[in-house]
Structure formats: C-alpha cells, structure tokens
Design a binder for this molecule. Structure first.
Ligand SMILES: [Zn+2]
Length: 174
C-alpha cells in the first residue's frame, strides 16, 4: 500500500479543485472514507486470510468494480450531505478507484486484483514509481519510512496538489 495518509491526497485534491459548492464537507468526508476503505482487507492478514486470496490484501476491495459499487452505494447519501448525486458518484468513484491505482504504482507486495470478482489476477500499473509502505505504521518512523514518505510526496502529493490548485484557479476564472 501507499501510506493511509497519502490515500487522502486524491479526495482532498478533488475537494479543492471542484470547490465546496460541488463537494460540500459531508461529501468530502465520504470521499475520504471511500479512499481509505479498501485497506480494510489488511485486517484479513490478522484473521488468517492469505495475502494472495481473492479476499486477501489488495484483492476484491482494491478492485475497480468494488470502487464503482462503493461509490454507487455511498452516493445514495448525497442528498443528506447536500451534494448532487451524479457529482457525488464521480467524486466517490474516483476517490475509491484511486486507492487501487496508487497501490498499483508501488514497487512492492503483490499486485492489485483490478477486475475482481471477474478476474482475480493481480497486476501492477506499468509505472511502479512509489516506494511501497510497510504494513506496520511504527515502521514509518525509521529511515526507510522517511524514504517512503519522500517518494509519496513526489509522486502523489505534488501532482495532486498541482491538480487541486489548477482546478481552484480555473474555478476562480469561471
Ligand atoms: Zn491498499
């Protein structure tokens, strides 16, 4: 995985780029949950579900079909948080899908079951530029942890920050 902190970059960037009219705080909170939720499968490691199992880490909950289903279900809450359901669906789908895509750019672990439950084959994206994060959070406070965070800063936060500022600037011009 990338660190949980860095999985926040995409929903936050969407929120800044699109602005509070399209992404009110309640929708932003839902998007953050959608971006973090796929790693719930890491609990399976403690429950004895093997990493390579379809329900193992980077399996079903990291897939694109899961992201679409999660976004569809979560978008039902759009009226309750003051958001347009169609906008909510796309923001939530991009947030949820970004998780597996970012993990697919890391240089360690098993690949992502992008098309689960239709195919359980694990794949990476062609660009494996992000240092894989250790599963134990305490390991982040080491030399290797700093190396991971530096890599995520460069390959996740910088592009997301740039996209967020560009979106906000374009919105200001509109
Ligand atoms: Zn993950």
């Amino acid at each position: 995985m990338a660190t949980p902190l860095s999985h926040l970059a995409v929903p936050l960037a969407l929120g800044v780029a699109l602005g509070p009219d399209l992404v009110p705080p309640g929708l932003l909170a839902l998007a953050v949950v959608c971006a973090l939720l796929p790693d719930v499968d890491a609990l399976g490691l403690w429950l004895g579900i093997p990493y390579e199992h379809p329900l193992g880490h980077r399996g079903f909950t990291h897939s694109l079909p899961f992201a679409v289903a999660l976004a569809g279900a979560s978008a039902l809450l759009a009226p309750a948080v003051g958001a347009d359901p169609r906008v909510a669906f796309w923001v939530l789908a991009m947030s949820a899908a970004s998780h597996g895509l970012l993990d697919g750019m890391t240089n360690g672990g098993l690949g992502i079951a992008f098309f689960s439950p239709f195919s359980h084959r694990r794949r990476f994206l062609p660009w494996r530029v992000i240092e894989v994060s250790p599963l134990r959070p305490s390991a982040l406070f080491t030399r290797r942890g700093l190396h991971v965070l530096r890599s995520e800063m460069r390959w996740i936060w910088l592009p997301c920050g740039a996209a967020a500022l560009l979106g906000a600037a374009l919105r200001g011009l509109g």
